[in-house]
Write a protein that binds this ligand. Structure first.
Ligand SMILES: Cc1cc2nc3c(=O)[nH]c(=O)nc-3n(C[C@H](O)[C@H](O)[C@H](O)COP(=O)(O)O)c2cc1C
Length: 142
């Protein structure tokens, strides 16, 4: 098992309806290739966790890197791991909504999202850098 977390910034005209369309194709692809994970979106910023066989994750990530709908791509962490945090999800998605939402509400949303996936219950070294970047994206506007 291999896990990779990266963040990136959506290009200007890549908006929610396009993201939902991209997600429906992505979920089909991911479930066929046994890839799971989650994608968070806030203030035009993406944070994605990809989990699966190393060669499948690397192959998909090469395609994602070439995708012109986002840029400023930065790998947060990449490691061999023994567990999937999102084993039931071909790509869980959460849009944090408008920027005006209060900090507490946003933090509650993260909690609920992760509770649903059971990811909170699993020990993972990815969790610390992952959540550090969730907070960065939520509270440090571009
Ligand atoms: C932020 C972001 C996340 C993406 N996540 C996935 C994904 O999890 N699975 C997937 O198949 N495609 C995903 N894509 C789409 C791929 O970049 C790519 O368009 C798709 O794999 C089709 O590849 P192709 O354009 O080379 O045919 C994502 C794109 C973006 C911008």
């Amino acid at each position: 098992m291999h896990s990779l977390v990266y963040r990136s910034v959506a290009v200007e005209n890549f908006e929610l309806p396009d993201i939902y369309k991209m997600l429906s194709d992505a979920r089909l692809f991911n479930s066929r290739h046994n890839i799971t994970g989650c994608l968070l979106f806030h203030d035009n910023q993406f944070l994605q966790l990809l989990e699966g066989e190393e060669k499948e994750v690397e192959r998909l990530f090469r395609r994602i890197k070439k995708d012109s709908r986002h840029h400023k791509l930065e790998i947060i962490c990449e490691e061999r791991s023994s567990i999937r945090l999102f084993d039931e999800w071909s790509m869980a998605f959460h849009d944090y909504g408008l920027n005006g939402t209060s900090a507490n509400l946003k933090l509650n949303q993260i909690d609920r999202f992760f509770e649903k996936s059971d990811a909170f219950m699993k020990p993972s070294t990815l969790a610390i850098p992952f959540f550090a970047n969730v907070k960065d994206i939520l509270f440090d506007p571009l």
